[in-house]
Design a protein around this ligand. Structure first.
Ligand code: NAD
Ligand code: MG
Ligand code: MG
Ligand code: MG
Ligand code: MG
Length: 349
């Protein structure tokens, strides 16, 4: 899309506890559909914040026992939606369209459909009625951390977006929801369904999951093909990745460059851009275009409709890569070594 940025004005508004008006949610009932990573955390945090919660799960769901033993009320998704003012859709993204078909008859004017990721709304897999609010509160972390941080009195940063504001109070209610699950303790950034969806997909494909896994495999194969030992290749190309990323997480690229040797800094600065060069950049732009045009979304939807033939094949291929076998063996040895060195408490690079 040539006008990629035209309707996505880049603004950063960050909201904290004081920006939220809890009266927007305190007297409402929230149906949390799904009790997985995000669902269990949202449901328990909302309940501990004093909000009325009902968890929506299928009759035969294996999550029912967990939700009930966590002290939560459980109903079917349809029953839960019928009772709720806010329906928080936290079943897997690929399942959301069919769950929405089941519950849409229970949405009353002024109710809210709430998401933690924009895929189905942005790519029109869910078409909500015009008289409901459609919002997103997306914690930027896995659910177990959303729960653990809340219990520790800390927060988890999150994103807020409003797709449809039928009531005129969609954003205030979303902020109150973010407050009740602990996100405004850490900070909530406003975005759009489009921006959240497209940056999330691009990031996981090009850099985080896809890009980094391919970088590691290519590096490993280059060393092993040149006759170096598999173990050394594993350490250099995979194991040390965490140490480097931890430094970036703490203090950006500068903390990483500052901590490695000057030799590593000079070698990295002169060679890095030769590896991830203008071809990689052109490929990234092509991948981004497939995200923006909906081509990737369509491929994934079709793949799911066909019961994921390519997905299962690629997963098996990745599991069978030599680096996985080498890694499993070495990590076993590492755990051993760590136990022995417990008293020395100093890790070494
Ligand atoms: P999940 O896979 O961990 O859990 C989904 C739960 O939905 C299951 O535990 C089950 O209780 C229920 N479920 C599964 N299949 C179902 C079906 N056919 N019908 C009804 N219920 C079913 O899901 P998740 O990772 O928590 O993702 C939920 C949403 O949160 C998604 O939109 C996802 O993109 C978003 N999100 C996830 C994370 C994360 O770290 N996991 C982070 C941010 C946003
Ligand atoms: Mg309702
Ligand atoms: Mg994602
Ligand atoms: Mg080194
Ligand atoms: Mg240095």
């Amino acid at each position: 899309m040539s006008d990629a940025n035209a309707d996505t004005e880049f603004t950063i508004d960050v909201y904290y506890d004081d920006d939220a008006d809890r009266s927007q949610i305190d007297d409402k009932t929230v149906a949390v559909l799904g009790y997985g990573s995000q669902g269990h955390a949202h449901a328990q945090n909302l309940a501990d914040s004093g909000v009325d919660v009902v968890v929506g799960l299928r009759e035969d769901s294996s999550s029912r026992d967990a939700a009930e033993s966590d002290g939560l009320r459980v109903a079917t998704p349809v029953e839960a939606a019928a009772q709720a003012d806010i329906v928080s859709v936290l079943v897997p993204d690929t399942v959301q369209p069919s769950v929405f078909e089941d519950i849409k008859g229970e949405l009353e004017p002024g109710n809210t459909l709430q998401f933690a990721h924009g895929f189905n709304i942005h790519y029109n897999q869910i078409q909500p009625p015009e008289d409901v609010d459609v919002t997103m509160i997306a914690p930027k972390s896995p659910g177990h951390l959303v729960r653990r941080n809340y219990e520790n009195g800390e927060g988890t940063p999150g994103l807020l977006a409003v797709y449809q504001d039928a009531t005129g109070t969609a954003k205030q209610e979303a902020l109150a929801y973010a407050h009740a699950i602990g996100c405004t303790r850490a900070g909530v950034v406003e975005t759009t369904f489009r921006e959240e969806t497209e940056t999330d997909l691009f990031g996981e494909q090009a850099v985080l999951c896809g890009g980094i896994a391919s970088l590691i495999k290519q590096g490993y194969e280059t060393l092993v093909d040149a006759g170096y030992s598999k173990e050394m290749a594993y350490f250099e190309c995979l194991n040390e990745m965490k140490l480097i990323v931890d430094l970036m997480y703490e203090g950006g690229l500068g903390a990483m460059w500052g901590s490695v040797s000057d030799t590593a800094e000079f070698g990295g600065l002169t060679r890095g851009d030769r590896i991830i060069d203008e071809h990689a950049r052109a490929n990234m732009e092509a991948v981004l275009e497939e995200v923006q045009s909906g081509e990737f979304a369509q491929e994934w939807i079709t793949e799911n409709q066909a019961n994921r033939p390519k997905y299962w094949q690629l997963r098996a291929q990745e599991e069978n890569h030599e680096i996985e076998e080498v890694g499993a063996r070495l990590r076993g040895l590492f755990a051993w070594a760590e136990e022995d060195e417990e008293t020395e408490d100093e890790s070494e690079d």
